[in-house]
Design a protein around this ligand. Structure first.
Ligand code: 13P
Ligand code: SF4
Length: 348
């Protein structure tokens, strides 16, 4: 199936689609089933499991870092909850713990392993892989670099380590504008998210060439401006906040565009009482917990990242108990990728 309207195909339940311009190795297969985000087990069982994890954590000198999209019961036992830049920083600066359980997806845990190689980094579910990160191959980067030889290449952290090793500097959605602005010259190569690339181009006024020219997040492209228009009729006073991985049409509807943690900050500081939220549904748990008197409405109720949701309390427990699913990055790749991550921390 050709990738003309990925969000539509996804909504219709396509399980496999491919862009004819992409490498066959970049072919992306998606889980399009709606994975329920309800908690497995009774309240008592969850508390029991959570207690056992906390006990294991103390015995093994481990910490749990969890992304803002994780299931509520994982968020509740995490030592630190955050967006990708915050979690990378935490992982890099961690001194005491011997084990870091990184409850998120592959590229985030890989970054932790690169930034703090002394620690044992565990990804509770090895299959929790970000499809966007799979969209950018090393071959595609090399092709783009040969077409634009003197142009710096900035890669979103939502990439695999081997791709990061090929770039000049990394960025996250929280600092992409700052990173691109700080580079000399008025043109950059940027991948893999086309929507973020276009957002950065609008914000910086530079020419941002997307690599590949079709990269996207299958969850964020589900948000449609029509859904927000309808919700605005229902909640006319609501503030709209969306992630820059949403399409430009959706971004145009927003009062605030930012990373997941930047959205949490905006919700806390804003005078608005109701918020229409354009990012993965897991963030609602944190938003509601931090702001009990405010109302949060998901802009599209099917906006679930199936990969983020693969992590469950049971899997966190088993991975910590058996110290399994250790994330490792080959040394030469880690060394090069580290340079690109360090450069990002230097610039922001
Ligand atoms: P944040 O860095 O904003 O948390 O985003 C990560 C991500 O994967 C968004 O889909
Ligand atoms: Fe990747 Fe999108 Fe899931 Fe974020 S929400 S991890 S970009 S698929």
């Amino acid at each position: 199936m050709q990738l003309d309207f990925p969000w539509l195909l996804h909504r219709l339940g396509a399980t496999e689609f491919q862009n004819e311009k992409s490498d066959s190795s970049a072919k992306c297969i998606y889980l399009s089933i709606r994975l329920d985000t309800f908690t497995f087990g009774s309240k008592g069982e969850i508390m029991n499991l959570a207690d056992q994890i906390l006990k294991l954590k103390r015995e093994k000198n481990a910490i749990i870092l969890a992304h803002n999209y994780q299931r509520p019961e994982i968020q509740d036992i995490a030592d630190y909850l955050g967006d990708s830049i915050e979690l990378s920083r935490k992982a890099m600066e961690e001194k005491d713990a011997k084990i870091i359980v990184f409850s998120a997806v592959d590229f985030m845990a890989e970054s932790a392993a690169i930034l703090n190689p002394e620690k044992k980094v565990l990804l509770p579910t090895p299959g929790a892989r970000c499809p966007m990160a799979q969209m950018l191959t090393v071959e595609e980067i090399k092709r783009s670099k040969s077409r634009h030889p003197r142009t710096p290449i900035v890669l979103y952290v939502n990439t695999l380590a081997a791709a990061k090793a090929q770039c000049d500097v990394c960025c996250t959605s929280a600092n992409a504008v700052e990173v691109v602005s700080s580079l000399k010259g008025d043109t950059v190569l940027f991948g893999p998210d086309r929507n973020l690339a276009e957002y950065v181009q609008r914000k910086t006024g530079k020419t941002v060439i997307p690599v590949p020219d079709w990269g996207f997040c299958p969850t964020h492209v589900l948000f449609q401006p029509e859904d927000i228009k309808i919700l605005k009729m229902q909640y006319p006073e609501a503030a709209v906040m969306v992630h820059p991985e949403c399409t430009f049409e959706t971004q145009k509807m927003a009062d605030f565009i930012g990373s997941t943690s930047q959205m949490c900050k905006f919700a806390k500081e804003s005078a608005a009482e109701t918020f229409i939220v354009g990012t993965e549904e897991g963030i609602l748990h944190r938003l509601k917990k931090d702001n009990p008197s405010k109302k949060f409405v998901l802009a599209y109720e099917g906006a679930v990242c199936p990969n983020m949701k693969l992590n469950t309390l049971e899997r966190v427990y088993t991975s910590l108990k058996e110290e399994k699913h250790v994330v490792t990055v080959p040394k030469p790749i880690a060394k090069q990728a580290r340079k690109a991550l360090d450069k990002m921390f230097e610039l922001t």
